[in-house]
Write a protein that binds this ligand. Structure first.
Ligand code: HEC
Ligand code: HEC
Length: 111
């Protein structure tokens, strides 16, 4: 599912909105096993390693924006089941393609 999300192609909908890094960054560039082999190290660190410290702040900003918006939509739409699936998708995979996430959240926001 992460792969489909990164490529902007989910639930039979090709959004033509792949993530910026879909061509050049692989799963294991962001998800590396820690030395104990049992856990994954925090992704934020790798944003900074490949880019610069500003991208750690960008990571935080993306996370905050997705968290608060998904929470708000869950709260406002407890009875509308048709948005539960896309919302759950964004909640799990949203960080993999921020522009796609923003687009999906906007399409669910009817206030
Ligand atoms: C550019 C960095 C990046 C790349 C590339 C990336 N991920 Fe992720 N992934 C993240 C971030 C950020 C999170 C959110 C959790 C976190 O911050 O630790 C995440 C979370 C996940 C999760 C947990 C989802 C959940 O339900 O909470 C899975 C599974 C996952 N990634 C799989 C993959 C797979 C498979 C690929 C390759 C197809 C991939 N990721 C590529 C950054 C990345
Ligand atoms: C393995 C190295 C690597 C990691 C890890 C990585 N990136 Fe990138 N990122 C790249 C490369 C390379 C590009 C340029 C992709 C292209 O133009 O094809 C890019 C492009 C981007 C862009 C597009 C616009 C720009 O500023 O260049 C953003 C935004 C971005 N990355 C944010 C992040 C964030 C946030 C994380 C952590 C979740 C992250 N990256 C992790 C290598 C990485």
């Amino acid at each position: 599912m992460a792969k489909e999300y990164i490529n902007g192609s989910i639930q039979n909908i090709v959004t033509k909105m792949p993530d910026w890094m879909s061509k050049s960054v692989s799963c294991t560039d962001c998800h590396k096993l820690a030395l104990d082999g049992a856990s994954f190290k925090a992704v934020r660190k790798y944003c900074i390693e490949c880019h610069n410290p500003d991208y750690g702040l960008l990571y935080d900003a993306w996370k905050d924006a997705l968290d608060s918006k998904t929470k708000q939509l869950y709260k406002n739409n407890t009875n509308t089941l048709n948005i539960q699936n896309p919302l759950r998708l964004v909640q799990s995979y949203g960080m993999h393609n921020f522009r796609l996430s923003q687009m999906l959240l906007k399409s669910m926001d009817h206030d």
